[in-house]
Every structure is written in structure tokens, then in C-alpha cells.
Design a protein around this ligand. Sequence first.
Ligand code: ZN
Ligand code: ZN
Length: 134
Amino acid sequence: MSWAILPRHFEPFEFACRCGCGSQSVSAALVLRLDAVREILGRRIFVTSGRRCAKHNATPAVGGSENSRHLIGCAADVRPDYGASLTDLAACLALFFSTPGDEFIVYKDRGFVHVAVSRALVRPLWNGGKIEYI
Ligand SMILES: [Zn+2]
Ligand SMILES: [Zn+2]
């Protein structure tokens, strides 16, 4: 059985590396989980950091670790919609990012949540359009 699904709430540019290098492909599993959370909450979710190239990840402002999953498109930092609760967003994300191999870290003071899927779920990568599973 094969199927295809189109993420409803995200566009590829939202996950683009903030240095402007053009790198923006991320794990389809990551996007679909975030899409589900977005659907359940009924509020926007802003990606503050998605895919990162090695150069951008290493900048002091980012301070990403050498083996950050942002480097391979398996991680995203997200914040709630304006006026929406970080706690509600975190609670919903926890449901989708608590299987073994996932990452789920709430940065309460900085107002965002870091989530990541297992490296094993890096493919298929998503760069817009339907995600097809064969
Ligand atoms: Zn970059
Ligand atoms: Zn992160």
C-alpha cells in the first residue's frame, strides 16, 4: 500500500536555515508530527530554527552542538502563536515527541521547545509538496 500526504500548515521556507544558505529540507516525520500538533491546537506554531548548515550551527549566537539534529533536518525549535501558551504547546508536543529516540526539551525562559525525531527517521526528506510513502 502506498500513500501520499500534504502537510497542511507548513511551508518549506519556515524550516530554512537562518543564514540564508538555502538549506531547508527536513524529515517528513518531523513535519507531519508538527502538522498534527498545529491541527490539534488550532493555533499557529512558529519555527524559530529548523534546518541548519554546519556553518550557521557553529556560530556563537546559535551555539548548536556538533551533532545537533538540526544539521540533518531532524529537529525544530518552535514557539507558540502570539498570545498562546507555551505550556499548552509543550503539552501537545510531548504527546508526539516522547517515543524512544525523540528529543523534547522545553526552554521556558526563552519561550520555545526543541523537538527532534530519531536520526533513523531522516528519510524521506521534505522540501514541499506531497510526502509519498511507497
Ligand atoms: Zn545555512
Ligand atoms: Zn533545537
